[in-house]
Design a protein around this ligand. Structure first.
Ligand SMILES: Nc1ncnc2c1ncn2[C@@H]1O[C@H](COP(=O)(O)OP(=O)(O)OP(=O)(O)O)[C@@H](O)[C@H]1O
Ligand SMILES: [Mg+2]
Length: 465
């Protein structure tokens, strides 16, 4: 794996290298160029003075040249050569006169051009200036002066070695600091990765402790929040599965018990037999209802939702009423309707039916004989409100938030006796929220409960009416 550590360190090393090379080369090159220019100026000036003095001589002779040089007090040069117009050496303070000059620069100077050369090699600046000597516009010879400067070269070499030492120290420091930061960073990333592995392995209770206040610490916080949610979801899932299996197990156990009794009892009376079989039927019905409710819930949990359509709430309310009425009649309970026309919301008729029927069924189921239920549908402009109010046993305040939880029943015994699984209101809650509505529970006066569901009213462009 190409770790961040190597990548970052490699990057820093490359940058550092470039920086140090520039730092080592640039000042020296500029200093050298500066010395070259200075030398050129100084030597050209000197050469012109000598050459114009020499041009005063009628004839270039070794003695004449020497005289002029001593008159001008020329010193500090390594070598001074004067050549005649045909290139013969007339004066050479470092060699023999009379030979032909071999230096091509002297030939160039005899052609009328001044040449200056300077180089920095080893430990000295070696510079040479070659200039024509002319008398009344006619070239009569060439002057060559050269110089070797070790003093300036020494200064430059000294600076160079100091820069090298400083660069070395800077490089070591920079690498050390970078290493510290990178190691710290990768250590913390490793902690994060380890935590992720732990959580991925199923330990949802694991929490990450990250020092600092930077982005990595923020990442750690977000990771903890995520794990917490995962933990919660996982707990909910477990609870749901155990509740659901319990709800399915109980009626199945009853069915087994009842059927065993029928089988073991050979001389069972037809009336008793009928009763047992009818009980088995009831339990089977309960199972069927529970499984249907679970399927409804899982459908509502799914992200894929049926496209909402304009639903006339009054129409659905009438359908639900038709089914709830026999239950109400059985318990001598009156359902009073107050249904406004033109209450249209964007939902599905099926979900709307579940909402109204479950609320009506509860209002009947948890009512007292002789009680009543009000079903009101009204258009409040921006919203459509569905109110189901009963005169029943009511829901204690502390239970009101919980009744929407799956399998939650206020009075287990009573709810089970009336065939309840505690899923009805969860379905109502999910269906309401899927279609952008809200639901509230309150106490009815003088007694009972009141459920108010509110949906945004469908806009005209949605309904197409
Ligand atoms: N109108 C009401 N008056 C009093 N208590 C109610 C009312 N509606 C619901 N409850 C309480 O809330 C609980 C949850 O209701 P919910 O409809 O979810 O389940 P259920 O009626 O027990 O079963 P089912 O899944 O068959 O509807 C009920 O068990 C009951 O205790
Ligand atoms: Mg119910």
């Amino acid at each position: 794996m190409n770790s961040i550590r190597t990548q970052v360190l490699g990057f820093i090393a490359v940058i550092l290298l470039i920086l140090l090379v520039v730092l080592n080369v640039y000042p020296l090159v500029s200093a050298r160029d500066l010395v070259f220019t200075e030398k050129e100026n100084a030597m050209s000036a000197q050469a012109s003075v000598i050459s114009s003095s020499l041009s005063g001589l009628d004839r270039l002779t070794s003695g004449g040249v020497r005289e002029v040089l001593s008159f001008l007090e020329v010193s500090g040069y390594d070598r001074i050569v004067v050549a005649s117009e045909e290139g013969r050496v007339i004066y050479d303070d470092g060699g023999a006169a009379g030979v032909m000059a071999k230096d091509p620069d002297i030939m160039t100077a005899l052609g009328g051009k001044t040449v200056f050369r300077s180089s920095f090699k080893g430990d000295a600046f070696r510079s040479a200036c070659v200039m024509p000597i002319s008398r009344q516009g006619v070239i009569t010879g060439a002057l060559y002066i050269s110089e070797e400067d070790t003093e300036r070269a020494g200064i430059i070499l000294n600076v160079q070695s100091r820069i090298r030492v400083i660069s070395g120290i800077v490089a070591i420091l920079a690498i050390a600091v970078a290493l510290f930061f990178v190691l710290n960073l990768t250590d913390r990333i490793k902690i994060l990765v380890d935590s992720m592995r732990t959580v991925a392995g199923g330990d949802y209770a694991h929490r990450l402790k990250m020092r600092g206040k930077d982005e990595i610490a923020e990442l750690g916080d977000e990771f903890n929040k995520l794990t917490e949610r995962l933990d919660e979801t996982e707990k909910q899932r477990r609870r749901f599965v155990s509740d659901a299996s319990h709800e399915l197990k109980t009626p199945l156990a009853s069915i087994r018990l009842l059927s065993d009794s029928v089988l073991q009892n050979e001389n069972i009376e037809p009336a008793v037999m009928r009763e047992f079989v009818s009980d088995i039927g009831h339990e089977a019905e309960r199972l069927q209802r529970t499984t249907e409710e679970l399927l409804d819930l899982s459908r509502l949990d799914d992200d894929i939702q049926v496209m909402p359509e304009p639903v006339d709430v009054k129409q659905v309310a009438l359908d639900a009423y038709a089914l709830a009425k026999p239950l109400a009649d059985d318990k001598d309970i009156r359902i009073k309707l107050d249904l406004q026309d033109g209450c249209v919301v964007m939902a599905t008729a099926n979900d709307m039916y579940h909402i109204i029927f479950n609320l009506l069924e509860n209002a009947v189921k948890y009512n007292n004989p002789g009680g009543s239920v009000d079903l009101i549908i009204e258009n409040k402009g921006d919203t459509v409100e569905i109110t189901v109010a009963d005169t029943g046993i009511g829901i204690p305040e502390e239970d009101r938030l919980n009744v929407f939880t799956r399998f939650y029943r206020v009075d287990k015994a009573r709810s089970r006796a009336s065939g309840g699984t505690g899923l009805g209101l969860s379905i109502v809650h999910d269906a309401v929220h899927v279609h952008g509505g809200t639901i509230t529970i309150g106490a009815n006066k003088p007694q009972g409960s009141i459920f108010i569901v509110s949906f945004p009213a469908a806009r005209q462009e949605d309904t197409g009416i």
